[in-house]
Design a protein around this ligand. Structure first.
Ligand SMILES: Cc1cc2nc3c(=O)[nH]c(=O)nc-3n(C[C@H](O)[C@H](O)[C@H](O)COP(=O)(O)OP(=O)(O)OC[C@H]3O[C@@H](n4cnc5c(N)ncnc54)[C@H](O)[C@@H]3O)c2cc1C
Length: 369
């Protein structure tokens, strides 16, 4: 097999790797290395597919907010709106959320019981108050991911699929990468390996334990009455569930689970599905008619739950684009723009120029221990 020589090798062709390749493909030679036959098979293909400005809190919001107009320009956003709901035990969480939304300049409305019932017909009387976050949107994730990949390829990026990275070795001033599809020589390695980010870092001699994957479950249900298409995304203020409508009157429901696991091709646990349905039945008066399918994916976080963009302070030529947690779709365009500027050592362009890149730098994670 011949050796491929390139400027930058990006490990992982999920949303993180694809968006970054799309941003820099015309400014450097890129090889995108993907283990699976189908890029997007892991977290990217398993998301709940929404853009919600408050999701992830103040440290994620700058990336989400900056991504909003960019996603809109891609034509991948569709109106949804969120209603955060609270029972008596959730009142305090709802108040903190209102303060956070106000602090972040995010448009919101406070809903009394009557307004809540009108927005979510069938919500049980225990839920007395809510907060509407109307700017929330659904994202067409498959289209966005396909666009980024197509843009990268059009700019000359080579996509290697079925190409698990087996080893990374520092050779001279660059890297030798052993993949099942052949050897790649690169000046810079980008770690966009999602749940495997720590494993890839370990191979390269960078700090291996920065990123921890957590399992998150979604179940698709047929419910009675069927959901209406304009039902908002409904989020429990205490973080016990969220649900949103799906085509054909169906419902996507998550128990908002967050179970630490080793990176793998994750499947849903029966218990998490049962917990989700139980929490739904405590929240609304609808009847669950059928459990149609369930899936799980991995959301991978640094300890402080902010993404990691930047060169590793200890492994020269090793760049982090990882730890996007539960927000890697809604932050993708701005995250990739910021990462591209850091990677190419150029000033960040206007949509992200006001973002403090230091809060996403790998060394802040090292310093925190
Ligand atoms: C249930 C669920 C719901 C979510 N909902 C939302 C949402 O509504 N909105 C939102 O913004 N985000 C959401 N997320 C988060 C979002 O899906 C992730 O942040 C995002 O997909 C991460 O993208 P990624 O490219 O880092 O990871 P991935 O898509 O997992 O891509 C990483 C790629 O690296 C490859 N790889 C790993 N190791 C190697 C190796 N050694 N060699 C070669 N290739 C390798 C993998 O095969 C994989 O394809 C959700 C996640 C889950 C699980």
């Amino acid at each position: 097999m011949s050796v491929i020589r390139t400027d930058i090798a990006i490990i992982g062709a999920g949303m993180a790797g694809a968006s970054l390749a799309a941003m820099i493909g015309d400014r450097a030679r890129i090889v995108l290395i993907e283990r699976e036959a189908q890029p997007g098979y892991h977290s990217t293909g398993r998301s709940a597919a929404f853009w919600q400005e408050s999701y992830g809190g103040p440290q994620v919001q700058p990336l989400t907010t900056a991504s909003g107009p960019l996603l809109k320009a891609e034509g991948v956003l569709h109106p949804r709106g969120t209603i955060h709901v609270a029972d008596a035990d959730g009142e305090r969480a709802l108040e903190s959320l209102a303060a956070e939304l106000a602090g972040g300049g995010i448009d919101f409305t406070v809903l009394d019981r009557a307004a809540l019932e009108a927005a979510v017909p069938g919500i049980r009387p225990a839920f007395r108050r809510g907060i509407g976050e109307p700017s929330c949107r659904d994202i067409d994730v498959a289209m966005l991911h396909a666009r980024f990949l197509a843009r990268a390829r059009a700019a000359g990026t080579t996509l290697l699929v079925d190409a698990p990275l087996d080893g990374v070795e520092r050779v001279g001033g660059g890297w030798r990468l052993a993949t099942r599809a052949g050897e790649v020589r690169a000046d810079v390695v980008v770690n966009a390996a999602g749940a495997w980010a720590s494993a890839v870092a370990a191979m390269a001699g960078a700090m291996p334990t920065l990123v921890q994957p957590f399992r998150r479950t979604i179940v698709q249900l047929a419910v009675d009455p069927p959901t209406v298409p304009d039902l908002p995304l409904v989020m429990d203020a205490r973080g016990r569930f969220y649900f949103k409508p799906e085509a054909g009157g169906r419902l996507w429901l998550s128990p908002h689970d967050e179970t630490p696991v080793d990176p793998h091709d994750v499947a849903p646990e029966e218990l998490d599905v049962a917990v989700a349905i139980d929490r739904l039945e405590q929240a609304v008066e609808w009847r669950v008619v059928k459990r149609e399918r369930a899936w799980a994916g991995l959301r991978s976080f640094a300890p402080d739950r902010a993404p990691i963009y930047g060169f590793d302070p200890h492994a020269p030529g090793f760049f982090w684009c990882a730890g996007q947690g539960g927000f890697g779709i809604q932050t993708a365009p701005a995250g990739a723009m910021l990462a591209a500027a850091l990677l190419l050592r150029q000033p960040p362009p206007e949509p992200v120029s006001a973002i403090d890149a230091a809060r996403y730098a790998p060394d802040r994670v090292y310093r925190a221990g």
